[in-house]
Design a binder for this molecule. Sequence first.
Ligand SMILES: [Zn+2]
Length: 458
Amino acid sequence: MGRSARMGCLAALLATLAGCGEPVGPTVVLDSARDTGPPSILLVTIDTLRADHVSAYGYERETTPHLDALAAGGARFETAYSVSSTTLPSHATLFTSRYPDEHGVTKNGVALPADVPTLAERLSAAGWETAAFVSSFVVERRFGLARGFEHYDDDFAGADHSSALRSWQGYELDAPYDRRGAETTDRTLAWLAARKDDRPFFLWVHYFDPHSPYDPPAPHRGAFLETEDRTSPRHAIDLYDGDIHYADAELGRLLEATAAHAPLTLVTSDHGEGLWDHGWLEHGVFLYEEMVRVPWVVHWPRAIPAGRSIPGLAAHVDLAPTLAGLLGQPLLADPRGRDHSAALRGGSAAAPDRAVHLQRRHFDPMRRGHLRVAGSKHAVREGDWKLILSPGEQGFELYDLSRDPGEQDNLAGLRPDVVERLNQRLDGWQRSQRVHTAAPAAPDEDAQQRLRALGYVD
Ligand SMILES: [Zn+2]
């Protein structure tokens, strides 16, 4: 069904609550869509979506009209971080409110340990019907995020896909590595149309399209393409923006189909994307802003006034406690993040002393073909300052993000006082971490394969 036909169908649905030639959902107002009681919850993660390429976050191109409209009708966090710059650790943080060392998934390809409670488990136990539709092998059920979901759709066999990967992180793939957003949306909508459950739902939909290779389908491919010169950095950026535009269109279809349930909707990304800001394409190497700043929009007219823009710092460890605050019931015990529900409801924002911590594995030396894991890279942001600590010679980097948002001017040598203060804060945070020691061993890693899989480009 084309967009205009879908819009016509939506109008007809709103006007008459009648069908449009195929299943379109309820003919009465669902219990979960009423003004009281547990709401349905929709969590959407758009993989690899850096915040500053989202038009709701000020990007000059209109890449995300549907996400923009959602933000206009709800709230957006002005400065949100993904905690890590890698897919599985970041999603594991979203679902556990723990940092990677504590949930045990410090890299892709290892499973979330079975003893770490998840949001889906808790919502399922509390009476929500749980379902997930994902779009990449990276979050396939074997890696543990399926725990707590009654229905987990990660079947990519025969899927329209963009990646040519046939092996990844030591795993041989018997199906495509990914699938395009349209198929994920179609399968989600089919599940919604067929469900007869009286419970509210917790639905997680994961789109992978902005992830490399940048290969948006028509008409999104041409949405921002200004050059066909494949050697031009502009070419990759234009196609990346086209992929975002495509994922946003799929988000639009999903929002339209779920609207009758009046869900509490959260949309974010698992990490950003380097576009040669620091000499590298793609993600997973650094903790610079382009790789860890993500959009985070929350929409729930029942409790959140339209057009809220929440200042201060937010991070993915905050998602579960914020959701718990909005629902008015505890979900995960001892969350590591903050509850922003009061700010979302119209109150004051988070305390200004809030710091956000970031971590990922460190590669050294970072030259093509010579990636070697060498400990962890950590960072802390407090106010406008950001300190990055890398093992080895790289040492400290200190940036004043108010003056230098692109992190080009390392002030570590000029401001040893700030370095010392933030390093103490980082050190205290690291010592407070209860490192999960039961993480399973990773499959044998081959540096070249990992390099290809992550798609690093010098
Ligand atoms: Zn990702």
